[in-house]
Design a protein around this ligand. Structure first.
Ligand code: NAD
Length: 499
């Protein structure tokens, strides 16, 4: 079996524990990808000391030169796109079409970050005093600890690491334990592009050991976390206590709303992609379908017919629409939610079981599942399931639909299908989400726009676009007084007192 290593202190290293965990293909558990380090606090300590050395080099490297390295990263990712997509599908399960998109997101993020190296704007502002210069500019912060989930094995680590690096920070990446191979490929690419080795550290292992040690390390002032709201709460408590800068991107319970005037063909394609793409394991997955009375029955029956035709299988096989769930606990969790939905009185229209036969027995496959007659407040309507389960809710008005969208603790993404421009604009203003799509499903973020959610999905920061650069840098203000005399802000007044 192939043994993979951490990247710490400028070299590929075994973990201090000498222990490893296995990484298996979720579409075929007999297929072992390799074993990866089970790291702990000792590895994190070494990574932090190395990253501190890296920071001293990197923060002094001109930002445009940092950007040049990231441009190289984009070029190498583009060259390796097909190979990385293939290894990502093997360890994560989603079809190649999707893993190619995941790598493409990394490429787009690299080129954006490269160009940001020539911006990182500050401001020059008039001083209230004479012969005095006032400006703001951006400084890197230090060592950034990045903790990432399994569902976007390349895109999310790049959303975090590329802006962090462009701003001049050193990075320690702790990827999700189900997708360590893709993270390894990312670090290889960064090194090949010429990043000084101490600037990047890769620490594999479990959240409760390696992740926790990173969050609790007193020399890591910045933590960026993407994962479940439950884990985010734990991370947030520690960071609050330790006064760390923290970005949280967490769960979702996203609704697609289809009104009577919608283009139903479009809505049908949208909900299939939104609900069952990535096997429902997207933070932006469509997990609630809110349909207005007039089109409810027609859309639902057409949807069930289309779901019947979805082909489950290995994401690397031709014609696969839906891959496996990530692991056995995920299958168990989805099974439990199916039981909950049934016991709550929802109508199980299709699916609801582990998928078997036709080569699926060795993987974590689950049938695409639809619950109808779901009432607002049921657990299958309120809680993140993170699997191929869609809850359908019937409504009679725009107000009712909007209230249902807003009536959950999450606030990531929403989508409205309508031809009424007034309803479309109302949705933008009234839906409590970080993202609202009109006539498109709840998924499909673009790398150059801010990404994130409100309420218990996030803590006010955004990934992507221009906003994330604020998170990874400190604003500093510089005043230069060239008057040669003491001038007192707020006290001296030059109005009517010429030189
Ligand atoms: P998870 O919370 O189980 O794990 C996320 C990461 O946190 C992993 O690397 C894990 O090892 C680590 N971790 C676990 N316990 C930890 C601890 N005590 N201290 C530090 N780190 C710890 O999430 P997951 O199952 O990998 O991903 C699915 C979740 O991620 C879903 O809730 C999904 O909605 C969310 N997600 C959100 C976004 C977003 O941008 N809002 C994007 C993708 C996924």
């Amino acid at each position: 079996m192939k043994t993979f290593k951490n990247f710490i202190g400028g070299k590929w290293q075994d973990p201090a524990s000498s222990e490893y965990f296995e990484n298996r293909n979720p579409a075929n558990c007999d297929d072992v990808i390799g074993q990866f380090p089970l790291s702990d606090q000792r590895d994190v300590d070494c990574a932090v000391q190395s990253a501190k050395r890296g920071f001293e080099i990197w923060r002094r490297t001109p930002a445009p030169a940092r950007g040049d390295v990231l441009r190289q990263v984009g070029d190498i990712l583009a060259k390796r796109k097909e190979e990385i997509a293939d290894l990502m599908t093997r360890e994560m399960g989603k079809p190649l079409l999707e893993t190619r998109g995941d790598v493409q997101e990394g490429i787009d993020t690299a080129y954006y970050a490269a160009s940001e190296g020539r911006r990182l704007f500050g401001r020059t502002v008039p001083s209230e005093l004479r012969n005095k210069w006032a400006m703001s500019f951006r400084r890197p912060i230090g060592v950034a600890g990045l903790i990432t989930p399994f569902n976007f094995p390349m895109a999310i680590p790049t959303w975090k690491s590329f802006p962090a690096l462009a701003c001049g920070n050193a990075v320690i990446l702790k990827p999700a334990e189900d997708v360590p191979h893709t993270a390894t490929a990312l670090v290889e690419v960064l090194l090949e592009a010429g990043l000084p080795p101490d600037v990047i550290q890769l620490v594999h292992g479990q959240g409760e050991s390696a992740g926790k040690a990173l969050v609790e390390h007193h020399e890591v002032p910045v933590i960026s976390f993407t994962g479940s709201t439950e884990t985010g709460r734990i991370v947030g408590e520690t960071c609050g206590r330790m006064h760390k800068r923290l970005s949280l991107e967490m769960g979702g319970k996203n609704a697609m709303i289809v009104f009577d005037d919608a283009d139903l063909d479009l809505a049908l394609d949208g909900v299939l992609w939104g609900a069952f793409g990535t096997t429902g394991q997207r933070c932006t997955a469509t997990s609630r379908l809110v349909i207005q009375d007039g089109v409810h029955d027609e859309l639902l029956s057409r949807l069930v017919e289309r779901v019947r035709t979805l082909k489950l299988g290995d994401g690397r096989a031709k014609g696969t629409d839906v891959g496996p769930l990530i692991n056995e606990p995920a299958v168990k969790k989805v099974e439990q939610y199916v039981d909950i939905g049934v016991s709550e009185g929802a109508d199980l229209l299709i699916g609801g079981r582990r998928a078997t036969g036709k080569g699926l027995d060795k993987g974590h496959f689950f049938e695409p599942t639809i619950f109808a007659r779901v009432e607002h407040g049921m657990r299958v309507e309120q809680e993140e399931i993170f699997g191929p389960v869609l809850s359908v809710i019937r409504v009679s008005s725009v107000d009712e639909a909007f209230a249902i969208n807003n009536g959950v603790k999450y606030g990531l993404s929403s989508s409205v299908y309508t031809r009424d421009v007034n309803v479309a604009f109302r949705a933008q203003l009234e839906l409590d989400n970080g993202i609202t799509y009109i006539n498109a499903p709840t998924i499909g973020a673009e790398a150059h726009l801010p990404f994130g959610g409100v309420k218990q999905t996030g803590n006010g920061h955004r990934e992507g676009g221009w906003e994330v650069y604020e998170f990874y840098s400190e604003t500093k203000v510089g005043y230069i007084d060239f008057s040669g005399q003491l001038q007192r802000a707020q006290i001296d007044n030059y109005l009517g007192t010429p030189d």
